[in-house]
Every structure is written in C-alpha cells, then in structure tokens.
Design a protein around this ligand. Structure first.
Ligand SMILES: *Cc1c(COP(=O)(O)O)cnc(C)c1O
Length: 405
C-alpha cells in the first residue's frame, strides 16, 4: 500500500524519499509506484488514488477532488463532439466541492500528509501569488500543521479559507510574486523551516495528476488532447506523468494525450522558450498573475520541454483580450463562474478548434483549473486571512519569524 521509490528522471538513480533534488544534475524526481494498475480505493475524494500518491496515510478532511463531465454548451459553441471538462472548484450541482476553488486544492493535501510522514515538526514555507497559499492555508487550518506563507501585497485579497484559520503565519511581501519567492527561499534555508519545492515536489505533481486519473475513469480512456493554462507548467508535467502510468496500466489505451499548454502574453516565458523566440518585456497587468513564473522548469529532465516533446504537444500565447472573451464564452455556455487563469486555456482551445491542431471527433480534456468562487460565497462565509507582518526583504522576514518561534 502506498509503496513507491523516488528516482531521478535523468538517470533513474534512486534518491531518498523526501529529496527534492537529484545529486548529479538538475533533473526532476519522479515517484515510481509499486502498483501498476489503477485500482481506486474505498477512500474519500483524491485518496481513491492512494496507490499513485506518494503517501502512506491520508488527511480525511482534506480530500475533495476534481470532477469530469462531458460538455454540452461549450462543445456546441466550438463544434466539438467529445469535449470533456475537468472542473477544479466549487460547483455542488455537479458534486464539485473543492474548498478554495482551484486545483491547488489537489496539491496541498498530499504535500501536508507527506510533511507529517517526514515528521520533524518543521514549518512549511510556501510562496504564492494566491491560489497555492490559500489551498495550503486551508489544509494547515484543518490539520494544525505549521505554515508560513509569503504572498505579494496585491494578492492579499485572494487569501481566505472556508475552515476556521489555524496556525498559519501570513507574511505579505512588498513587490511581486518573484520578490515573495526570493524572501521565502531565504527563510526556508533556516533551521526549523522546510521548502515545499514547487514543481520539484512529487506530492504536488501527483496530486495534480489525479485530474488525469479521474478523467481516465470517466472516459474509460486516456484523452487525445489535454488543455491547461500554465505558469510553471507543473500541471502539464503532472498530466503527462499520470498518462504514462495509465499507459503502463494498459486498460486506458496506449496513446499519450497531446499537451496544449497556454500562457498569458506577454509574461509567457514557457511560450517564448518553446517557440524559440526572444521573450517579450514583462508587463504589469496580466489577465491572471498566477500564470507568471519567472523560472519555470522548462529544460530540466522531466520538465515542460520533455513533456511537450513526448506528447507532441504545443504552447499557446494568449492575450488579455482573447482570455476575457473566452471567459465570457465559457461562463455563458457552461453556467458556472471560473477564475481568470482557466479562461486562458479556453482561449487556446478556441484557437485549436479553428486550426487543424484538433479534429471535431477527438477526445479532448479541458482542465478548468479554478472556479466557483461566486458560487461558494452563496453557501459559505469565507474567513479572510490578514497579514501578520509586511516585509520588504528577507532579513525583515527572518527577524519577524524567528522572533515569534
Ligand atoms: C497555479 C494555477 C495554474 C497554473 O498551474 P501550473 O503550476 O503552471 O500547472 C493554472 N490555473 C490556476 C487556477 C492556478 O491556480
């Protein structure tokens, strides 16, 4: 049960279970599970996929997963016969009740469970433009684990939980997401703190991979295409890795889904790298700044480039205007509110449908990575999280945090 080995993608060398890096190179690590067949367990939500999550136990209260359904409205608008939507968010009419309304709710529970299994009582450090911080705050509030969040000032409005807030320290960083990361990296190297690892964290990736697993069960097959809006591209890597496991299982077909990953122009380093273009200067106003990551895992072994090459995938650059129109189209045709980020994926799907990148009969999975915030407000009073401190650099952050503990 829950047996796995952690190996480098580059040379298959065995690494310690809780490693985040390979010793020889910059390769990503990957979990290699003993179970080779997808056998859903009689456990709640994402824990059904226990065999393919790098954990030995579960957090029962943090379990909600994505749902998969066949689109009628959007499918008709785009002339697609087999469009399936994976929805990560709150939409009780379709039995989706992810508590902080984005697919970061798939990453936080396995990560926090692993932290518990690691068992040294360290404070987990997370830097985030909002959605990741919110998801981790939710789980830490339920489990009582120590968590320090570093969030850029302008993302503070995204900080809320549906659970009564627990032992979460929220540090607001002056500047953008990159400044928040810089501060967090200094803090997490101090004794008593551990980094969550971002794309390097196998629990985050395999948590996100449950999107593909849930879809495969619903479709009885691996889809032909997978559309997602990306910042770091971690979700794309996760979809690829989950599909590799499904392929090895053998009952879901032998094709890998073509990854169609979408970024928001001009802050689209993955797009420019993939197209071999000079990156455009960064802009202040993005349709959704959760999609901007300045150091995405592109060229490393097991990273975004490998995932695109292996799946014959592509990257799309989407403007704010295109995303805004796509958001409207989605919300009107599917009748649920979505976050801005997934609208970038909808715009990419629109582009693909107009080209010969996809065919009307192809089986397509569109990952709506967040939604239902308007809907959840009808059912829950959200608890806003307020910053415990506002810092301009890491020295201030360390002084504050070490003064508290
Ligand atoms: C984080 C996030 C993304 C991008 O995720 P990747 O880590 O780049 O795969 C997309 N949509 C939403 C809603 C997100 O929170």
């Amino acid at each position: 049960m829950g047996d796995y080995e952690v190996r480098c993608v580059s040379d298959y060398s065995l690494q310690p279970s809780f490693a985040l890096n390979c010793l020889n190179d910059s390769s990503l690590l990957r979990a290699y599970y003993a179970a080779k067949r997808l056998e859903p367990k009689d456990l709640p939500g994402i824990w059904r996929f226990f065999d393919w999550l790098p954990v030995h136990g579960i957090i029962e209260d943090a379990s909600e997963g994505s749902i998969t359904y066949k689109s009628q409205g959007l499918a008709q608008e785009l002339g697609l016969k087999n469009l399936y939507i994976s929805f990560s968010g709150y939409w009780p009419e379709r039995k989706a009740s992810m508590p902080t309304c984005s697919f970061k709710d798939l990453e936080a529970p396995p990560t926090m469970q692993r932290l518990k299994e690691q068992g040294d009582g360290s404070t987990l450090v997370v830097a985030s433009a909002g959605n990741t911080a919110r998801a981790f705050a939710q789980v830490a509030s339920l489990t009582g684990q120590k968590l320090a969040l570093f969030v850029p000032e302008k993302s503070l409005s995204r900080m809320w939980t549906t659970a009564e807030p627990g032992p979460v320290t929220l540090v607001s960083v002056k500047g953008d997401y990159f400044d928040a990361i810089t501060v967090a990296e200094k803090v997490q190297s101090r004794p008593g703190f551990v980094p969550e690892g971002g794309a390097r964290n196998i629990a985050r990736r395999d948590g996100m991979g449950t999107v593909m697993l849930d879809a495969a069960l619903a479709l009885h097959a691996i889809p032909d295409h997978y559309f997602q809006a990306v910042g770091s591209g971690t979700g794309g890597i996760s979809a690829w890795e989950a599909a590799l496991r499904l392929k090895e299982d053998g009952r879901f077909g032998s094709n890998l889904p073509r990854l169609h990953l979408a970024q928001n122009l001009p802050n689209a380093p993955l797009y420019f790298a993939w197209k071999g273009k000079e990156p455009a200067p960064a802009a202040e106003d993005m349709f959704d700044d959760v999609l901007f990551n300045r150091r995405p895992p592109y060229g490393v072994a097991g990273g975004v480039k490998d995932a695109l090459l292996a799946t014959k995938g592509d990257l799309y650059g989407i403007t704010n205007d295109e995303a805004a129109m796509a958001k409207q189209l989605f919300e009107q045709s599917e009748e649920i509110d979505i976050l801005n980020a997934p609208a970038v994926a909808v715009a990419a799907l629109e582009q693909a449908a107009k080209s010969d990148a996809i065919h009307p009969d192809d089986v397509i999975l569109l990952n709506i990575t967040g939604g239902g915030i308007s809907r959840i407000k009808e059912d829950y009073a959200l608890h806003a999280l307020h910053p415990d401190n506002i810092v301009s650099d890491w020295e201030e952050a360390v002084q504050f945090l070490e003064g508290r503990s």
